[in-house]
Design a binder for this molecule. Structure first.
Ligand SMILES: [Zn+2]
Length: 194
């Protein structure tokens, strides 16, 4: 994982090319799409060069989507959108143009074209429709996916000292550090690049 010198989004992250940035933290950047499909069409981009969602760590994905939520709410409130689409194109075959993972948030307005959702991009595949049960059998995910937030069990294992420290940080209004794995981030919270 690294900045890719040829990648336009890596260049934006490194401030080598300008963007209409609306949000930035050590893990994620969000800026307006230069080819907006509707007013306020933004991209939310992790600050690690991975191509597709499945290549990003669970914690990084969790933070990415928390940011997506806040930005979507902000767009609705400030642009008067009536709804929004959230899209990720993964791979060329899926229409991905820049090979650096990005989430599209596309505000939608009452006075604009309606119904530009699945029915336009993806008409119903009747053959696939006739095979729902067969396909479900093929793609069933049997492993348990543990939630990334701290479990009650872990909380109970913590010492009294740590509980006190957390209590104090709550009082002072400071949020605790994000639970990112070192695979992606350094101890100080900065992204790790190879
Ligand atoms: Zn990149």
């Amino acid at each position: 994982m690294s900045y890719d010198t040829e990648c336009v989004f890596c260049k934006i992250i490194e401030k080598k090319i300008p963007s209409a940035t609306i949000y930035e933290d050590p893990y994620v950047i969000s800026f307006l799409d230069i080819n907006p499909r509707f007013k306020g069409h933004v991209l939310v981009v992790p600050k690690v060069h991975v191509s597709t969602l499945d290549q990003l760590g669970d914690e990084a994905i969790a933070h990415l989507f928390v940011v997506v939520k806040h930005i979507a709410k902000n767009l609705v409130e400030n642009l008067g959108a009536a709804g929004y689409n959230i899209m990720i194109n993964n791979g060329r075959v899926a229409g991905q143009v820049v090979p650096h993972l990005h989430v599209h948030i596309i505000p939608r307005y009452k006075d604009e074209k309606q119904g530009m959702g699945f029915e336009v991009a993806f008409p119903v595949d009747e053959k696939a429709k006739s095979m729902l049960n067969d396909i479900a059998e093929k793609v069933k995910l049997t492993k348990e996916i543990k939630p990334i937030f701290r479990s009650e069990e872990k909380k109970e294992q913590k010492g009294h000292e740590e509980e006190e420290r957390e209590g104090n940080s709550e009082k002072s209004g400071k949020s605790s550090s994000l639970p990112y794995e070192s695979e992606y981030f350094n101890d100080d919270g900065t992204p790790k690049f190879k």
